[in-house]
Design a protein around this ligand. Structure first.
Ligand SMILES: NC(=O)NCCC(=O)O
Length: 357
């Protein structure tokens, strides 16, 4: 039997379920248990994963689009609060259309905001305080202190409303129409993890999902829950989606939370893919399917491929150490051997260890 079938359904408040229905988004809840221990109490936390379409056409005024996204997220977060969510994470670049496919600078760079005192961070600080909830807010960041550099950044806001810090996307796609290197730089902050009241969390943004060493480094820094806010399309990655984050949860003895936006975003000006094909007006269908995977390899079902949704997942973080003690991948990982070998392999003078007759 697929381990995903035995994730128990979480019973969610009727008021939350009816609000979700009224507000036209899917609401699902699941739970992961751990065995009782003698010396540690269960460490129960509820996480919320939000996936959504952009509510307005991409040629609406920038400020109007941002405000509409704020309103949409506010109504979903309100329902998350009814469900007792402690930590919530939104999708990659949640305040904007995923317009990097166009390669146009304006108006898309106008969606970039300061991670420290931009409108969106202030909005999230209010939500965090109001609902006593840690908020992970992935945005396009404009870093005025460093010449206005753009980054793809997740701002982590404590349930007190204080900004705990930020984490930047380490790996930038060079595939299909994901022309993100035209806009922002590779993250320069390494692999920060954030100690929150509810557990230790990290944010591995989108394309980092394909890089096992990226997951590993967040885990080595102590992350128990790694969020993976993403924007990806069916024709490109749907076959990888159920596997990569789930495998990372197993390999790193932690929970992983991949989140993908939904819908097809239409652009007025056509763009090409540099493959001789016809110019087109959209990047493709963002297939949602957000889910949570546990360190024991089980996972929740995914949210819808087409609808806005909130996935509420209760987990006992004691499961991380319990699975680690069973499988010991951190003990058996031989990281010292790989550290040496990788240091050699990245040198220009490296010669592969191939034995020939
Ligand atoms: N947002 C982003 O990095 N997308 C790239 C495609 C993928 O990773 O599936």
């Amino acid at each position: 039997m697929d381990a995903q079938a035995d994730r128990q359904k979480l019973s969610l408040p009727v008021a939350a379920l009816s609000s979700a229905q009224e507000r036209d988004f899917e609401l699902q809840g699941y739970g992961f248990d751990a065995a009782p221990e003698q010396l540690r109490r269960p460490r129960i936390v509820r996480v919320g994963l939000v996936q959504n379409k952009i509510p307005l056409p991409t040629d609406t005024a920038v400020a109007v689009q941002v405000a509409a996204l704020h309103r949409r997220i506010e109504e979903i977060v309100e329902v998350a609060a009814m469900c007792g969510v402690n930590i919530i994470c939104f999708q990659e670049a949640w305040t904007m259309p995923f317009a990097f496919c166009t390669r146009e600078k304006l108006p898309w760079t106008e969606f970039a905001e300061s991670a420290e005192d931009g409108l969106t961070t202030k909005f999230c600080q209010e939500l965090a305080k109001k609902y006593d909830m840690v908020v992970v807010s992935p945005i396009l960041e404009r870093d005025e202190i460093h010449g206005g550099t753009l980054w793809n950044t997740a701002v982590v806001i404590s349930n007190s409303g204080a900004i705990l810090g930020k984490s930047r996307k380490n790996h930038i796609p060079r595939v299909g129409d994901f022309n993100e290197s035209t806009y922002y730089m590779e993250g320069n902050m390494g692999h920060p993890v954030f100690q929150t009241q509810f557990g230790t969390i990290a944010v591995n943004i989108c394309f980092g999902r394909h890089h096992p060493l990226n997951w590993l480094m967040y885990s080595l820094n102590g992350a128990e829950i790694i969020f993976n806010p993403s924007a990806t399309i069916g024709t490109l990655s749907e076959s990888l989606w159920p596997i990569e984050a789930r495998n990372a949860a197993i390999a790193n003895h932690c929970f992983t939370c991949p989140i993908n936006r939904v819908g097809t975003e239409y652009y007025k000006n056509a763009f090409t893919s540099g493959d001789g094909g016809k110019a087109h007006h959209d990047l493709g269908h963002f297939y949602g399917s957000s889910y949570v995977a546990a360190p024991d390899g089980s996972r929740t079902p995914g949210l819808s491929r087409t609808r806005d949704g909130l996935l509420v997942v209760e987990m006992d973080l004691n499961l991380c150490r319990q699975v680690s003690d069973k499988w010991n991948f951190k003990m058996t990982g031989r990281f010292e051997m790989y550290a040496d070998k990788l240091a050699e392999a990245v040198q220009p003078c490296f010669t592969p260890n191939i034995i020939r007759e």
